[in-house]
Design a protein around this ligand. Structure first.
Ligand code: KG4
Ligand code: ZN
Length: 339
């Protein structure tokens, strides 16, 4: 039997300091996530300077905890993987520096991982037997990408957002509605009490012939609605507004995913990224996908939002393809895109 491939994954691209040990790409031996949300909440969003400082404080304890919980030493590891973009440059640099130091000190290959690919591979942790061809919708705070996988490890970008990401729209709308940060879970919760037809909102690009998205017009429509209500000194029906906004986002996402699944004739659809935890998105996509006789998968809740297990998993699959370690000159790429 061959030796297990043990990856220490490190993730510091935004406001979670995380380290994980992953065996053979799909088995999570540990996944430590130190969330900084409480430090950022009072500012209504992530403050990059605070995030960098917290990553510096947390990175070593988090890595140590990940190794202890997994019951492994540095000597047992096969590789160190780290997110090198996209994300906040200060945070990325903390993770990259830690990963480089460990790789150098223990003579391990360094594997550079695109954060968005990490979100996609989170699905392979939850379901190790996924087979292409498949469609994957990645929806997070910074990205909305629709991908087609013909085989594992290589994908085609079918479409992406032209302006705001879906999660960004949730966060911005929640902010103007004074629902706090992060906005997605707050809207998700409030929407359960509201009428999704209560406020008439647009669904930009829903019928466009491509697979691209646009959310900034929808966000502006919500802002205009709120301003109009305030001018008339009328009460804002917050639950109905949350439900109507969420319905519009879900309608757009589901329509494009189903169009892609039909056009590409896939049997499997994946959801990934923080917005993949949205209850209504999961429910409506499950129904539509079932109607077509297809299967929908999404990672378990802890693997949807930022975590290092997904980075360790993506690194494993990347390594299987090319076995090319990243150089020690590896730098942070805050605007890294997929493809
Ligand atoms: O993937 P993630 O943790 O970080 C990024 O890579 O951006 O995604 C965070 C985003 C935030 O915009 C957050 O509001 C959104 O995911 N989010 C949600 C939900 N949970 C998190 N959006 C809608 N519904 C949710 N339940
Ligand atoms: Zn993320």
């Amino acid at each position: 039997m061959s030796e297990p491939f043990l990856v220490l994954g490190i993730e510091t691209s935004c406001d979670e300091t995380s380290a994980a040990v992953i065996k053979d790409g799909t088995q999570v031996l540990s996944n430590i996530i130190a969330s900084q949300i409480d430090w950022h909440r009072k500012f209504g969003g992530v403050v990059p300077e605070i995030a960098s400082r917290k990553h510096v404080e947390l990175i070593n304890p988090v890595i140590n905890k990940a190794l202890i919980e997994a019951g492994v030493n540095y000597q047992d590891l096969s590789a160190v993987a780290v997110t090198y973009g996209p994300g906040l440059v200060g945070g990325l640099l903390v993770g990259i520096s830690a990963a480089k130091a460990i790789a150098y000190a223990h003579n391990l290959p360094l594997i550079a991982v695109n954060h968005i690919e990490g979100h996609i591979y989170a699905n392979f942790i939850s379901y190790s037997k996924l087979e292409p061809p498949l469609i994957c919708l990645t929806v997070s705070g910074g990205h909305t990408d629709l991908l087609y996988f013909e085989k594992l490890g290589s994908y085609q970008i079918l479409g992406r957002t032209k302006d705001d990401a879906a999660g960004e729209a949730f966060d911005k709308v929640a902010r103007v509605m004074e629902l706090g940060y992060p906005g997605g879970p707050a809207i998700d919760k409030l929407a359960r009490k509201g009428d999704p037809t209560g406020v008439d909102l647009p669904r930009p690009m829903i019928d466009s012939p491509d697979y691209d998205f646009s959310f900034s017009g929808l966000k502006t429509a919500v802002l205009n609605y709120i301003n109009h209500k305030k001018q008339k000194q009328e009460e804002i029906p917050k639950a109905d507004l949350a439900a109507s906004f969420q319905q519009a986002v879900v309608d757009i996402l589901v329509t494009k995913v189903i169009k892609a699944a039909k056009d590409k004739e896939v049997k499997t659809v994946l959801l990934s990224g923080g917005v993949a935890s949205n209850d209504q998105l999961r429910r409506e996509l499950t129904t539509k996908v079932k109607e077509l006789g297809l299967e929908l998968y999404y990672p378990e809740a802890q693997l949807c939002t930022d975590n290092a297990a997904m980075i360790g998993s993506a690194a494993y699959f990347k390594w299987q393809l090319d076995q090319k370690p990243a150089p020690y000159s590896l730098n942070a790429k805050p605007n890294l895109r997929l493809g």
